[in-house]
Write a protein that binds this ligand. Structure first.
Ligand SMILES: [Zn+2]
Length: 147
């Protein structure tokens, strides 16, 4: 299991992600994040929403199967690498819920868009081998290029 020490999402992308999640209130929005994951660092390059078909979408999410397959093939076709999953928390906590832990697919990083304070706070998590969570610090700037 990869350990991530840092994650980076460019500001315009972050703004777009928050806006898309907010547009789906009062329901949780969910989807995938693609980009690069190298040397313990994630660099998000984009995201795709997947329809939430949870029976209680205000407090949980479940990928709609056909939509998820479509997003998956789109990523393959466009040579995009899946680096994580995201979903929003319309109210409540920025931390992964118990259901989030049980629904964990076991790959990549796990991003939560906390919409409870109106501004939309982004948090990234990874999973430890014993199924705990750790927060992945979000970097404010792209990696320095050593050219
Ligand atoms: Zn959650």
């Amino acid at each position: 299991m990869a350990f991530y020490r840092e994650a980076y999402m460019p500001n315009p992308l972050r703004t777009e992600l928050v806006a898309q999640c907010r547009a789906r209130l009062p329901y949780e929005a969910c989807g995938v994040i693609y980009g690069l994951a190298e040397g313990g660092r994630i660099e998000a390059a984009g995201f795709s929403l997947v329809r939430n078909v949870s029976a209680s979408p205000e407090t949980s999410f479940r990928f709609e199967a056909d939509d998820w397959i479509r997003v998956w093939y789109d990523m393959q076709k466009n040579q995009r690498n899946l680096v994580g999953f995201f979903h929003s928390h319309p109210s409540g906590s920025c931390l992964p819920s118990r259901a989030d832990g049980e629904g964990w697919i076991g790959a990549g990083s796990y991003w939560i868009v906390d919409l409870s304070d109106g501004s939309g706070q982004l948090h990234a998590y990874g999973r430890t081998a014993d199924r705990g969570w750790y927060a992945i610090p979000l970097a404010g700037s792209p990696p320095a290029s050593d050219g």
